[in-house]
Design a protein around this ligand. Structure first.
Ligand code: 26W
Length: 710
């Protein structure tokens, strides 16, 4: 493996020639990018090989999530290996600019927003902490749409992220798992035991693609993100039809199967609610658990009775909740275990995170649709529900209200969050306030029954991605000031307190911010042909467009500033650039109208000479992880103004903070904890509290309690 610049250059040139049969002069940026990725992957395999024995002895954690927003990996992995400078200089001596190669990497849009990015941050953190924690998700052929702004409107373009192939992934055909849908269940009494047989089912082949997860410093733990792709096990091509010239008919079964991993639902709540969505949810759960149990048994170290001590499965929102009945099915139908034993293992294996209190995001599936698609899983859920209600009777908690609000099957639906809480050993919210609301409001009956299960895990973000890698100038300034320990332990950043009155440090901080704003301005000019003035205040709101996130409130404020400036140009003392970004779910008309309004306001101000020197509104298109990495370092003000109680946590609030932006926000989600941490002189808080909002929602009229000083 290369250890210095010269050996890197040799290895790199060899990789181009050996790996791609191309010499340097003919190599395109894509060829050069792929060669570098392969070199980095080889370095990882080397580490994985020398650590083989220590790996997979510890408890294995599997993070099941329908969404992973992993962003680009190359620069992060160079930083994690501490070879970014060596590679950048080595390539420069070969007349290659590393930045050109970085731009070649797709930003896989395998998620909608916060929940998917959090999953990716957790994968990095587990690897860093030496936890053998792996991701389990879906390899959507098309991820979240690419957003174009045309005449002020959002236009969705298919996210064909795989068009050139994805050099980080490794297809593992020999680890495929058969997943069964539909059909019927036949039962037989054998030796007093009811045995279930699944017949006449349709089968789908789940083929895994593995993406290595490398963390900082601790390179011995290279974890794995396993993404499942749906392929046919048979009926690839109906030759009879084909030879009759019925081409569509000939491949209709194949396309029906492949539809399962074809596209990410762009609607970040489960409003989509179609059968395909439910198929997707069971598909990656059955595939993931099938491969986990198979490799557990292959190791042959422990019996399945030990399973919950050796394996932890995390359910990220309710999308993977079928892990609970699926593990029961495997333990009972395939391993011959009894119900109680299987239930005990299953509950102790499962944990669950809730990410939202929005009613439209609380998944429920029509029982008839569910039964038809997953007949055996349905029977198991029915039995879970029956036994749960029986237990309520035993605990004298079977009053009408409690049963109605806690049972799984109700009003013709399967309520997924109810299944999640009943079948997990731990249930967490994603910020202190959110978890309180879950315990006191949303899940208050469950809190009475299973109080011990509830806990809070406030969201965190990977500061090695969003500060160390995304903001190299600030990272260098911090390291020069307080040393490198903050890179391993973010808490060390508190040492910066000692410099809060250090004029030279503050001047350098301002200089770094200005340079980051210039960098963003350059990128926006190139991508959208828009000029940003880095001397103006960058006031930024980037996140999914949603009523509760209140982009509209922000727009109304800007309109107010504009109207004031029209009558009194002196009212605008400093110039402001209001930067917006974020995607609207395609079917969410309100959100698309807000985008249109922002762009209309932008045009209005742009063409008004009275204010366009002091005011500017910009909508940056296609906000994603990569865009965020350029935006967070350049922001002066971070807009976190959701209606209190609606934003479970937020994570952009943290990414902006660590890059030196000032937070303007409401007492919602993690803003509450940020406020506690930084003190009220270092954050601008306004608006009703969550309690007041809930009071207002419930009882109408202005809230009785006075607006206490925050
Ligand atoms: C109707 C709006 C809506 C619909 C669905 C909001 C959220 C969802 C997803 C099911 C859940 C989700 O993405 N929640 C976000 O999760 C992040 C990570 O925990 C939190 O930081 C965000 O506050 C939360 O909205």
């Amino acid at each position: 493996m290369f250890t210095d610049k010269e050996s890197f250059k040799q290895a790199y040139l060899m990789k181009l020639i050996e790996g791609e049969g191309i010499n340097l002069n003919d190599a395109t940026h894509w060829d050069q990018f792929v060669a570098l990725v392969i070199l980095v992957k080889e370095k990882m395999s080397y580490y994985r090989a020398i650590n083989q024995n220590s790996m997979s002895q510890g408890k294995q954690v599997y993070y099941f999530s329908m969404e992973f927003l992993i962003g680009r990996l190359l620069l992060n992995y160079l930083v994690n290996f501490k070879i970014e400078d060596l590679v950048r200089e080595g390539l420069a001596e070969l007349n290659i600019n590393l930045d050109d190669l970085l731009e070649q990497e797709a930003d896989p849009g395998l998620g909608n927003g916060g929940l998917g990015r959090l999953a990716a941050c957790f994968l990095d953190s587990m690897a860093f902490l030496g936890i053998e924690g792996h991701g389990n998700g879906i390899r959507y052929k098309y991820g979240l749409f690419e957003q174009k702004i045309v005449a002020g409107n959002q236009v969705e373009v298919a996210d064909n992220w795989l068009k050139n192939g994805y050099p980080w992934e490794i297809r593992k055909q020999n680890r495929a798992v058969v997943v069964k849908f539909k059909g019927n269940i036949r039962t037989e009494q054998n030796e007093g035991r009811l045995t279930f047989y699944h017949e006449n089912y349709e089968q789908v082949l789940a083929v895994p693609y593995d993406v290595p997860i490398l963390s900082y410093e601790n390179c011995s733990y290279i974890n794995n993100l396993r993404l499942w792709s749906a392929e046919t096990t048979c009926g690839e091509l109906d030759l009879v039809c084909f030879n009759r010239g019925e081409f569509n008919q000939a491949t209709s079964f194949k396309s029906e199967v492949e539809a399962i991993s074809y596209i990410l639902y762009p609607d970040d709540s489960s409003r989509a609610g179609r059968e395909l969505r439910l198929k997707q949810e069971y598909f990656f759960v059955a595939a993931g658990l099938g491969s986990i149990v198979r490799s557990y048994k292959k190791k042959g170290i422990n019996s399945l009775q030990e399973f919950s001590r050796r394996v932890a499965v995390h359910i990220n929102d309710t999308h993977p909740v079928l892990c609970i009945p699926e593990l029961m099915r495997i333990l009972m139908d395939e391993e011959g275990m009894g119900w109680d034993e299987s239930w005990n293992i299953t509950v102790n294996t499962m944990s669950f995170t809730n990410h939202t209190i929005m009613p439209e995001a609380m998944e429920k599936w029509p029982i008839d649709l569910f039964k038809g698609l997953l007949p055996r899983i349905y029977l198991i859920i029915e039995e879970i529900d029956r036994r749960f209600k029986e237990s309520l009777v035993r605990k004298f908690l079977d009053n009408e209200e409690v049963v109605r609000n806690t049972q799984i099957l109700k009003d013709g639906y399967v309520w997924m969050v109810n299944l999640a809480i009943i079948g997990s050993s731990s249930v967490n919210g994603v910020a202190k306030l959110h978890t309180e609301i879950l315990k006191e409001e949303v899940f208050k009956e469950y809190n009475r029954i299973f109080g011990y299960k509830f806990n809070n895990k406030t969201n965190g973000v990977n500061h090695r991605r969003f500060l160390l890698t995304a903001n190299p100038k600030l990272s260098r300034l911090i390291t020069d000031a307080i040393g490198p320990s903050w890179k391993e332990e973010a808490g060390e950043l508190q040492k910066l307190h000692g410099l809060k009155n250090d004029r030279s440090f503050l001047e350098q901080l301002a200089k770094v911010k200005y340079e980051n704003k210039c960098r963003l301005a350059e990128r926006v000019k190139t991508k959208q042909g828009i000029d940003l003035d880095p001397l103006s205040i960058f006031d930024v709101q980037v996140k999914r467009i949603h009523a509760y996130k209140r982009q509209l409130l922000n727009v109304l404020k800007i309109m107010h500033l504009y109207n004031k400036a029209i009558n009194d140009p002196e009212s605008l003392t400093t110039s402001h650039t209001f930067i917006f970004g974020g995607k609207a779910a395609p079917g969410y008309h309100y959100a698309k109208t807000v985008i249109k309004l922002i762009n209309a306001l932008s045009q209005k101000i742009e063409h008004d000479p009275k204010v366009n020197q002091k005011l500017k509104v910009v909508f940056l298109e296609n906000f994603n992880v990569t865009q965020g990495e350029f935006i967070y370092p350049a922001a002066d003000i971070s807009e976190q103004i959701s209606t209190a109680s609606k934003e479970a946590s937020g994570t952009g609030n943290m990414k902006f903070m660590m890059n030196g932006a000032l937070t303007l926000g409401t007492l919602d989600g993690a803003n509450v904890e940020i406020n506690e941490a930084v003190g009220k002189d270092n954050i601008f808080i306004f608006g009703l509290t969550a309690e007041q909002v809930l009071h207002y929602t419930r009882y109408g009229g202005m809230p009785t309690p006075t607006l206490e000083r925050v």
